[in-house]
Write a protein that binds this ligand. Sequence first.
Ligand SMILES: [Fe+2]
Ligand SMILES: [Fe+2]
Length: 420
Amino acid sequence: MKKIGILGGTFSPIHNGHLYIAREAYTQLGLDEIWLMPVGIPPHKQQESSVTRYDRLSMCQLAVEGISYIRVREDEIHSDGANFTYQTLEYISEKYPEDSFYFILGEDSLRMFQSWVHPERIAAKATIVAALRSMDHEHKIRELKQLTQEYSSYYKSDFILLSTRFMDISSTRIRSFLSMPNQSTEKMEYLQNALPEGVRSYITEHHLYQMDGLEGLYDPKKEEKEMTYARIYKQIQKKLQKDLKPSRYQHTLGVAYTAASLAMTYGYPMETAYIAGLLHDCAKYMTPQELLKYCKNHKLPVTGSEKESPQLLHAKVGACKAKEDYGITREEILHAICYHTTGCPGMSLLDKIIFTADYIEPNRCEAPRLPEIRRTAFTNLDQAVSMILFDTIQYLKETGRSMDETTQETYEYYKKEVTL
Ligand SMILES: [Fe+2]
Ligand SMILES: [Fe+2]
């Protein structure tokens, strides 16, 4: 009987963070093997991007070359439909009835475990192993320990924690760096640290992720890959200047520059931050009626507070317009635009950058505590997010304006992260 760890995911691309988690699980739990199981077409995507499943598979194979305890399994990669985790686990445990399985997930996934499809069937087939990203927040460890105990008794199965050190590597950030045409030192350093060498060479050889998600702004035939970010910015700015009032356009530039500066501070690709900053208010010229009509036509859900104050919709509609009118399909940019007014629990680095830049850009002057928040933004971004949410909620309460539920939820989430 073998003890087998299962690490699933899109792996686009696989990086050293994945390999690190695999190694920790292998040693800490005394496993015999780790199976990497790249998914076929991810359930939330309808079609394959320019990087195909075969590219992802090849990169996984290159990444584990020379690591004897990791095997890349192709069970899921060929499937076109959504393969739910419970189906995969039932299938492999039937095929290998002698072995026991350890399903490895991240701490965010653990928190969401109950919303997975058939969590009880997942827990019945494997021990759930949650990789804790950092062990330095005592309250977080306590909370997660309690959660695993609750799950263990509820599902009558084992839920365990794996302590790992925080690694500042994410596939999203890797893709963002790779999409840049320039060869900055930050980019080279980040990629060197994040990717196994074989994967890096494969990406270079096959020109993967280049201009990913910005294809709408760029015609490879016409531009012969000569499109630079400077030209992309100009193209976006030209349209924005036509659509927005001059003061709004000035604000937009302020947000873009501030976002780029925050990106430089926190090691995020500044080009991506600049584009997201430029576009964050691209729907701000629309009237409440136009926003509501747009949502109706595009089947975008409208919450109670958005009905009350349709202006709130400019974020959601903005994300949609960035895609339709500006040809941006890069998920991280669209997400940051969508949540720039309310924030959301568990924001990405880019989400936090845009949210904060919108509040502190140089043309802003009316909010209280601005100098303090501006300083904090460049030293502790989570704390700045918390302060902005706190002040926004105070302001909305004092002026009797309606507040989106997400703002309160986000505040609750970030209040736990830092002390005000
Ligand atoms: Fe806005
Ligand atoms: Fe704004």
